[in-house]
Design a protein. Structure first.
Length: 422
């Protein structure tokens, strides 16, 4: 990790100017230089899109009454790899149109057919990009044993300090989010199950999920299964998300799901002797240190979304899921979004024209892997020594991907140094 205290001071000056009265006070060149100095490599791809997934829509036609519903699976349910359900739906009018998201390196996807009791009739492969398939029983195959598919789950990693550069260990917030239909026969309802795994930040922050491209008016309601928010009983007046409603309207008109006002409180109800929230890093170190790090159980909630349109619900995929952080920096509230939505401010009110988002480094990563092992506190995913050419860190392929976004796009599948991850 390249750390330069003088550059950090310059960065602070540049960001102070950025939040001043005149927009032209922000020195973009100084700011970019400061981020370059602290980032893991010097030569990040200027055209990087920070995307490890791709999405498509397929229409499945069938004239067979015994085929009641279909699933788009990430793997063969009769194979050795655990399949995830990327999309599912009932064949109304003998067809179903489903949107799905898969890793960008994957080319073969599977369709599974089920009867009206939920039993699997068989599966067949198709190639990503296929627009339409006529599904017949003669095309389905079965194996000796079925590996029951599970809900597709992605891992979301964040640096909470934007626009200030930090250690880029991407563990300031770690979320696992799965998408499922609790009742495929009800095409209006989708569940998002959200698990807060870790908080490696030395500051307080809130979090919410933007349903990108989904207007607030497109949703009837969002309920928390079990009824309690992650931060139920939060003892302090909220400052990041003052509206306590689970479903909210973002500044752009999109639907927003409130997760919590404070990550530390959501994970552990710890307060100090003055009643303030204890700012402790949770689940990013195997060693417990008083007032610094602790190990606690992750927190999970399921958010049941009822759409007003079954078509919108069937086309809802991971492309629409944009979790984001809200934190305080330099007297303003800033939001850290997934890279495609980095210019958006959903709840906060910072001026979008003077923010530093127009820069080819992301403060968030979306990993299409349910059990991705994130870094321990202060450990970069990967680093590059420009003098020696040495690449080091738990995921060395990450450096290759940062340098060229068309290469090593499955870097997250290869863990090189297990001792450096949590």
């Amino acid at each position: 990790m390249k750390i330069n205290k003088m550059t950090i001071a310059v960065a602070a000056f540049a960001l102070t100017a950025m939040t001043g009265c005149k927009k032209d006070q922000f020195d973009q060149k100084v700011y970019q230089g400061s981020v370059d100095t602290q980032f893991m490599i010097d030569n990040a791809d200027p055209d990087h899109d920070w995307c490890l997934t791709k999405s498509d829509t397929i229409t499945i036609n069938t004239s067979e009454e015994k085929i009641y519903s279909v699933q788009v699976l990430t793997a063969n349910p009769y194979g050795t790899t655990k399949p995830e359900i990327a999309a599912e739906g009932v064949c109304y009018g003998n067809h179903a149109t489903l949107a799905y998201t898969i890793p960008i390196t994957q080319s073969t996807v599977y369709i599974a057919a089920l009867d009206n009791e939920g039993s699997y009739l068989g599966a067949m492969p198709f190639q990503y990009g296929t627009e339409q398939i006529d599904l017949l029983s003669s095309l389905l195959t079965k194996g000796s044993s079925l590996t029951s598919p599970i809900a597709q789950t992605f891992t979301y990693l964040y640096e909470s300090t934007f626009p200030s550069p930090d250690d880029f260990d991407y563990n300031d917030m770690v979320l696992r989010i799965s998408k499922s239909m609790p009742n495929p026969g009800n095409a209006y309802i989708v569940d998002l199950t959200v698990t807060l795994d870790a908080c490696g930040a030395g500051e307080l922050y809130a979090a919410a999920i933007q349903l990108a491209g989904i207007p607030y008016s497109a949703i009837s309601k969002v309920e928390i299964v079990g009824g309690k928010a992650m931060d139920e009983g939060y003892p302090i007046d909220p400052m990041f998300i003052t509206n306590k409603s689970t479903l909210q309207r973002g500044h752009n008109g999109n639907a927003v799901i409130r997760l919590f006002e404070c990550a530390q409180y959501a994970l552990a109800r710890n307060t100090d002797e003055w009643g303030d929230i204890a700012v402790i890093r949770y689940n990013t170190s195997h060693e417990v240190a008083e007032n610094y790090s602790a190990i606690v159980d992750p927190v999970t909630r399921t958010y049941r979304i009822t759409f007003n349109s079954s078509e919108v619900a069937r086309n809802f995929c991971f492309d629409h899921i944009d979790p984001f952080i809200i934190h305080e920096y330099n007297t303003g509230y800033w939001e850290v979004h997934t890279f495609p939505h980095r210019f958006e401010m959903l709840i906060s009110d910072m001026d979008t024209n003077i923010r530093a988002y127009d820069y080819p480094i992301s403060w968030s990563l979306v990993i299409p892997k349910s059990d991705f092992r994130y870094c321990r506190q202060g450990i970069s995913l990967s680093s590059f020594n420009s003098t020696t050419g040495e690449i080091f860190g738990p995921y060395t392929g990450f450096t290759t991907w940062m340098q060229n976004h068309t290469q090593a796009r499955n870097w997250y599948e290869t863990l090189n140094v297990p001792s450096l991850v949590y």
